[in-house]
Unconditional design. Structure first.
Lengths: 1038, 467
């Protein structure tokens, strides 16, 4: 593939941040054309010899010449390999198993490569733990082709050779060896057996080496609590599929709590089976993804959550404890205790409060309950950062005790609350080296920037949880002159070994236990055969049965401490957003454009605040004529640290007395202009606690959001979402809870699905694709949105265009709030409205987002209607139907009338208002050669003025069919997939051939939970949904 | 590069050849004809005594040649180092230089590894000299066979090729000379006719002058007084109307025809950086298309073979020896001589970085920038494997008689109408394909036909090719 050679014309070009070079690169003629001198002056205009007729002649001639020249096609070249690699066949994809471990996201994945270029991330279904890629992991392939990546090592911002860097570092390390000053390694969490061994080896060679692990978003409290109880610095694992009752105190476990990846197990328990599904109760402040999925969500301030947690413990323990929480919460707690009842193992309690006491109590409750979902025998290693060690390191640095600082995978100058302090420390260090893929705040203050590999260019291994190992292998050679941290360490140790050999050695010695290395590398994952479960459990029980006296005392004091928590004033909750995480990939346009599942806002972070508090502070949201959302600005002050100009979103369900702000935004150094959005929340992340006392003030100005869905209620159009409760689902006939709308035929009300305006088409022969979306299993995580983006070359349009409702996502996940507990409530209200005035007031009431709404997520893509309204209105027949059930869209035929979009009841068609590729107005990834490498060659890149939409990944279904034809076999169920169904970790999206009676999708289509969107329209879609069932009945109602 | 540049500017449809090159070709032809016949005559003269010498050696050189070509030619040449050493006069040479007799050769050819492992000094030396490339053992060759081969290496029989080439050369020489005389006759005729025309004009002028002098009025001047035809035409409005309608229709017809060919590059035959002749490879040498374009079986792309595929054969085929009948008059007219083709092979060596002298790769390679001939627009998805492997369509169906193409060109229009037509007419190939079994049984019942066309299988749906 691409060579590593770099050519340059002047020294300055090697600095990626040189603005002049950039200007010159973009402008062949940097001097502006003096148009004004010429056109602005009347005299010179009249003096010119070119008259109007001449001008017209020129225009005529050039038009004719241009059109004549256009008749001859350009010469294209085909350049084959000189020596074609054995496994690469042009036009055929290869898949490699690898692992992402960037310190925040960990997952075993498959990488799809075409002609040697990674173009897509898929889930590794062989992995038992963390085999699912979330939205950020799906998008990470684009970060490989980030045009702002550092292309070679730098010394104080100037390009330098690796040899020079190596020599300097080696000399310094040797010099420091006996000086009594430390050599500090400050790194991300690797969870890597080989890296641990390597650092130990490094320490053996240079005894003054210390290693500090630093997580930008710390899980220190949970780690410490676990360590105190079980003696190992790790995080407990939870299998939510085994839990019947999930109680969460501010733990966003469907997000990034404890490293994320719980959604698969959670969703398994959420689908009603034999009349049973898990029940999920969430006590939280912000509206998190997890809270949005809960059956019962109790908005509480973090202080109240702590008290509630203490109360739950004491209630389960049979003791009484003080503390003040709202009455409703108290009632829910009582109900929970009675529900736990005798079979306590079915319940599990988790908490995301950054408080060692809270974490200890949660662990103690799970022990007490003997929770089946709770696993401490095989804990997770995804977070290892230690705040104490980091604090010590910074203190040492400031005291001049550190001689050399080597960093990898961290950006403390951005993500520390006190970067000034860190900078002061760095300045006292003799040698500082930062391994980084991008220029950032930290590389700006260190001497050497070691250009690091992207994970798709690196070797590595991880132990995601005990006994679950996975391997990282490069899917492409280094695009630039970069090197990974581990290779550099080996180099500095004077070792001849490559890191690949080093990993192999580690695995052969300590992991594989005689198993085949090549097979492990091929699979990407390796599970150490575990001891029978009974033995492990016995050990656990044995450990538990003798709680030492001191532990009992400390637990009691922890509970007491929690119960005694009291908070004054506003509390700020800091959280990672689903799309951005800790901000490692802030330069990724896919993630920036990804609308947050809850607020549906892209390209921003914001302060979430409850309606009541907003009114008190005079903060507001408003809509402008073009549908855009505007918000006030707020000023946040935490312990004297102020963050200005934080845009405000009024968030239904936000606990009053709290505000929320997400991490990961507000980066400016090394970022493209368009990506410098949002505010940095890290300065407020003091003492690494996600809960901070805060003062909120209104600031002048109006912020323009790019929000893709209005923040209102469903306005009574309830039948697009159908939901019911478990009780009704179990006891009543499905005609009642999954009611088919009726229409009048010959003055008789009949089910809408039986009426047909059109002659049907026989689709019983061949394949007939259907997609099933289970609203119960869908957590709204958005992995499918990014997967669709990557698979179908969906363009990024930017904040301004999204604000104008011109987002191009083929697949959107609608988020619906319902203000009443049931949609019937809304519906009844709507029916009862009378007259214009009445309805205005009535709708106004419904529009007012309730204090604690229910939330439903609904992925909507083209519904591929068998009676598609779009097809009948296309004047040029650019969109037509296939017998396989897909609604085709021929881009080259489309003339852009947009009739189809107007006539689509689901609003899934997307119009290309501009040319989004090769256009520097849209400086995202399709305008540079590097970013274009991610484009899927099997899917057309659309041009300006054409309509586009979901194709049910016809390129994938066609490929499956072709493979079968070539091999002369029939197609098995599960072979047909789309990008979204492949990406779905929770099993909510199932795709297949309904004509295959045995297939899963055919079975799902026969379910009595099945319904189509807006059945009354009579479109007969090929995408169907499953009624959302909420487990809200019974005792929890308050 | 210059030729390429000219060609790039003149991206014409069709097999247009620059007139300059034709003149150049013509003069080249005359020169080559003369030189070629000389060379071939010399070769024939040389080979005659050699044949006699071989007859004495006890082997049959004719049979030896056959055996040599079957077994040895992949790695050995007579007068040139290849994978293995040059073999001309190998027996004599070994005897003279190394003192090794025929027995050693028998042993070596039948099982060279045994000799090497036995530590035979010369065997080891030769093994190391040729990069330790192991020679295939030929235990099946009898001593007589080896004698035959050795006889051939000692004195190759006169090549019928050379003789034929010489014959053909002299024939063409004759033809060329007769062509010259024809031209002379024609030139003389032109001269005579030209003289006649001049004379006629002179006579006419003289007569006219005489007539004027005599006061005779010429008829032509009388006729001029009649109404001119165009005026009569302009007065007849009906005729004008009909004519203009006709003209408009005709103009429309031709404009439509012209516009429909915009972007259709049928017949596009660009000059390639290496003159690769499909005629020689697929036609004369019968190489299967998919030997080189192997990804056509499994991929959407047919694939331009990488240079290492070329080297599978061209490691040993280092020069072009022409087809048995020798270059045809047409080839020679175009400049496609053996030397020309050999030069093209050298271009390949340069690109792939093959050091012919030492028979190894230098590592300095330069990918070949082939000019792409079949340019399907991006919005049309076409998959070769669907057509080649599943449907079993011959490559020639779309690409035309490639085996006859000296210069590859686009045979089919590659328009959508052309695709659709074929999909309408072509029956689906169902034989032994479990995928089609069910669907075909049901669909053919539905449509009441024996065999389904691609269109009936859904091959006309937009989304099958446009996504």
């Amino acid at each position: 593939m691409a060579s590593n050679k770099k050519y340059w014309k002047s020294e300055a070009e090697l600095n990626p941040n040189d603005s002049i070079v950039e200007t010159l690169r973009q402008n062949e003629f940097p001097e502006e054309i003096p148009v004004d001198d010429f056109l602005g002056d009347k005299d010179s205009l009249s003096a010119t010899t070119t008259n109007r007729r001449d001008f017209l002649k020129y225009v005529g001639f050039s038009t004719a010449a241009a059109s004549l020249a256009a008749c001859e096609g350009p010469v294209k070249y085909s350049i084959p390999y000189v020596v074609q690699p054995e496994r690469i066949i042009p036009g055929v994809s290869n898949y490699y198993a690898t692992t992402i471990a960037d310190g925040f996201d960990f997952a075993s994945i498959l990488v799809k490569t075409r002609e040697g270029r990674p173009i897509k991330i898929e889930n590794n279904t062989d992995a038992k733990a963390h085999g699912g890629a979330n939205a950020r992991v799906q998008a990470s392939v684009l970060s490989l082709y980030d045009s702002t990546r550092i292309q070679g090592p730098l010394s104080n911002g100037e390009p330098v050779e690796w040899d020079v860097l190596d020599a300097t570092v080696k000399a310094k390390l040797a010099g420091l060896a006996n000086s009594g000053r430390q050599v500090a390694l400050l790194t991300q969490t690797y969870a890597s057996p080989s890296t641990s061994r390597l650092i130990d080896d490094f320490r053996m060679m240079y005894p003054n080496v210390s290693h500090v692990t630093y997580d930008a978003i710390s899980e220190d409290a949970a780690l410490t609590a676990f360590e105190q109880k079980y003696g190992e610095r790790a995080l407990p694992d939870y299998d939510f599929s085994k839990a019947e009752l999930i109680i969460s105190f501010g733990a966003d476990f469907l997000g990034d709590w404890h490293g994320g990846g719980f959604d698969g197990g959670y969703a398994k328990g959420r689908v009603p089976k034999n009349g049973k599904m898990s029940r999920h109760v969430q006590f939280e402040s912000i509206m998190s993804l997890t809270g949005a999925n809960a059956d019962k969500r109790v908005p509480l301030t973090p202080t109240q959550q702590k008290v509630a947690l203490a109360k739950l413990y004491s209630k389960l323990n049979g003791t009484a404890i003080g503390g003040d929480i709202p009455e409703t919460a108290e009632r829910v707690l009582d109900a929970l205790v009675s529900e736990i009842g005798t079979d306590s193992g079915k319940a599990v309690v988790v908490t995301g409060l950054d408080d060692v006491h809270a974490q200890s109590v949660a662990l103690a409750i799970n022990e007490l309950l003997r929770s089946r979902a709770f696993d401490v025998a095989a804990p997770r290693y995804l977070r290892q950062g230690s705040n104490k060690a980091l604090g010590q390191l910074i203190a040492d640095m400031k005291a001049g005790k550190v001689g050399a600082l080597i960093m990898d995978g961290v950006d403390p100058m951005y993500s520390l609350p006190n970067p000034a302090e860190f900078q002061e420390g760095v300045e006292k260090v003799d040698l500082s080296v930062t391994f980084s893929t991008n220029w950032n705040d930290t590389t700006a203050v260190t001497q050497f920037t070691a250009a690091a590999n992207h994970y798709l260019e690196s070797w590595g291994d991880t132990q995601i949880k005990k006994g679950h190992y996975s391997l990282m292998q490069p899917a492409i050679r280094e695009l630039f002159d970069t090197r990974q941290f581990q290779t550099a360490l080996l180099q500095w140790m004077g070792s001849e070994q490559s890191y690949y050999e080093y990993i192999k050695e580690t695995w052969n010695a300590g992991v594989l236990g005689g198993a085949d290395w090549n097979k492990a590398l091929h699979d990407g994952v390796f599970m150490v055969p575990t001891t029978p479960e009974g033995v492990a459990e016995d050990a656990q029980v044995a450990g538990e049965e003798i709680p030492s006296e001191s532990a009992m005392v400390s637990l009691a004091s922890a509970v007491q401490a929690l119960a005694n928590t009291s908070g004054e004033g506003m509390e700020l909750v800091l959280y990672p957003k689903v799309g951005m995480g800790d901000g490692k990939q802030a330069n990724n346009p896919w993630l920036q454009e990804f609308p947050d599942p809850i607020t549906r806002v892209s390209w921003d972070n914001y302060l979430t605040i409850s309606k009541a508090d907003a009114e008190k502070l005079g903060l507001e949201n408003s809509y402008v004529a073009n549908g855009g959302l505007d918000g006030s600005y707020a000023r946040l002050t935490v312990n004297g640290v102020t963050v200005n100009k934080v845009p405000v979103i009024i968030q239904p369900g936000q606990a009053s007395g709290t505000v929320g702000l997400s991490f990961g935004y507000g980066k400016t150094t090394g970022m493209k202009e368009e990506m410098r959005v949002g505010v940095n929340a890290f300065p407020l992340y003091q003492n690494f606690s996600n809960i901070q006392p805060v003062t909120v003030e209104k600031e002048a100005g109006n912020h323009e959001f790019a929000c893709v869905q209005l923040h209102k209620t469903l306005m009574g159009r309830g039948d697009i979402i159908k939901e019911t409760t478990l009780e009704i689902f179990n006891t009543k006939d499905h005609h009642e809870w999954n009611k088919v709308p009726e229409v009048s035929l010959n003055h008789q009300e009949v089910p809408a699905t039986t009426v047909d305006l059109w002659a049907g088409f026989d689709r019983s022969i061949g394949h007939h694709f259907n997609m099933s979306i289970d609203l119960n299993a869908c957590t709204g995580c958005g992995a499918c949105v990014i997967a669709c983006h990557a698979e179908n070359n969906v363009p990024v349009v930017g904040k301004h265009e999204v604000r104008l409702s011109r987002d191009m996502h083929w697949l959107r996940i609608d988020r619906y709030y319902s203000s009443e507990d049931t949609f019937e409530g809304d519906n009844t209200k709507k029916e009862e409205l009378s007259g214009a005035v009445g309805s205005k007031r009535g709708f106004g009431e419904m529009e007012d987002p309730a204090v604690n709404p229910q939330v439903a997520f609904q992925p909507v893509m083209c519904q591929h209607c068998n009676h598609a309204p779009c097809e009948t209105v296309c004047p040029v027949a650019a969109t037509s139907h296939s017998r396989q059930g897909q609604n085709h869209m021929a881009y080259n035929r489309c003339v852009g009338t947009r009739y189809c979009a107007n006539n689509c009841p689901y609003k899934v068609r997307r119009f290309n208002w501009f040319l989004y590729n090769n256009n520097d107005e849209f400086d995202y990834h399709m305008n540079n050669d590097l970013g274009k490498m991610v484009i899927n060659p099997d899917v057309n890149v659309r041009s300006r003025g054409v309509m586009e939409k979901c194709s049910l990944c016809i390129q994938m279904t066609q490929k499956t069919i072709l493979d079968a034809k070539r091999e002369g076999r029939t197609i098995k169920d599960g072979e047909f997939q789309t990008a979204c169904s492949n990406a779905c970790n929770s099993g909510a999206i199932v795709f297949g051939d309904v004509n295959d009676e045995e297939s899963q999708v055919a079975e799902l289509s026969r379910s009595n939970r099945m319904y189509h969107l807006l059945e009354s329209v009579g479109t007969k879609p090929n995408v169907f949904y499953h009624v959302k069932v909420r487990n809200t009945d019974g005792t929890l109602e308050s | 590069m210059t030729i390429e540049n000219i060609e790039r500017k003149h991206m014409k449809k069709g097999l247009n050849r620059h007139p300059l090159s034709r003149i150049f070709g013509l003069s080249l032809l005359v020169f080559l004809l003369l030189s070629n016949s000389l060379i071939s005559q010399e070769a024939a003269a040389e080979e005659a005594p050699a044949a006699e010498a071989a007859a004495e050696a006890g082997g049959d050189p004719a049979k030896g040649k056959q055996l040599f070509n079957q077994n040895c030619a992949a790695c050995h040449s007579l007068d040139r180092k290849m994978t293995g050493p040059a073999l001309a006069n190998v027996e004599q040479r070994l005897l003279d230089d190394e003192g090794l007799d025929k027995e050693w050769l028998y042993a070596w050819i039948k099982n060279n590894q045994a000799l090497i492992s036995a530590g035979d000094a010369y065997a080891v030396r030769i093994y190391n000299e040729y990069n330790q490339a192991q020679m295939t053992a030929f235990p099946t060759l009898s001593n007589q066979d080896i004698d035959d081969i050795l006889a051939y290496t000692a004195a190759p029989p006169p090549a019928p090729v050379a003789a034929a080439a010489a014959a053909a050369g002299s024939e063409q020489g004759g033809a060329a000379s007769s062509g010259v005389s024809n031209e002379l006759i024609l030139g003389a005729l032109v001269l005579v006719f030209g003289l006649l025309v001049v004379m006629l004009i002179l006579v006419n002028n003289t007569l006219r002058r005489i007539a004027e002098a005599n006061g005779v009025v010429l008829e032509k001047e009388k006729a001029a007084k009649r109404t001119p035809v165009w005026k009569a035409f302009a007065k007849n409005q009906f005729l004008v109307l009909v004519t203009s309608i006709f003209l408009i229709l005709a103009a429309g017809y031709y404009a439509y025809g012209w516009m429909m060919q915009v972007g259709v590059d049928q017949g596009y035959a660009p000059i390639q950086p290496i003159h690769y002749s499909h005629k020689i490879h697929a036609g004369d040498n019968q190489i299967d298309c998919k030997y080189c374009h192997s990804s056509a079986r499994v991929s959407k792309h047919s694939g331009i073979p990488s240079l290492n595929v070329c080297m599978n054969c061209h490691k040993s085929i280092y020069e072009y020896k022409g087809n048995p009948e020798g270059p045809s008059a047409e080839d020679i007219a175009n400049g496609y001589t053996n030397e020309f083709y050999t030069k093209e092979i050298k271009k390949l060596y340069k690109a792939v970085g093959w050091d012919e002298e030492n028979q190894r790769y230098t590592g300095e390679s330069q990918p070949v920038e082939w000019v792409r001939i079949h340019n399907l627009p991006d919005f049309a998805y076409f998959n070769h494997s669907q057509h080649v492997s599943v449907a079993g369509i011959e490559c020639q169906t779309c690409h035309g008689p490639v085996e006859e193409m000296e210069i590859m060109y686009q045979y089919s229009p590659l328009t959508m109408g052309w695709c659709i037509n074929c999909h309408r007419e072509t029956k689906v190939n169902l034989a032994d394909n479990a995928y089609y079994e069910n669907i075909h049984a049901e669909l053919s019942k539905k449509y009441g036909v024996e065999e389904l066309t691609a269109a009936q299988m859904g091959g006309l749906e937009c989304g099958k090719c446009h996504y």
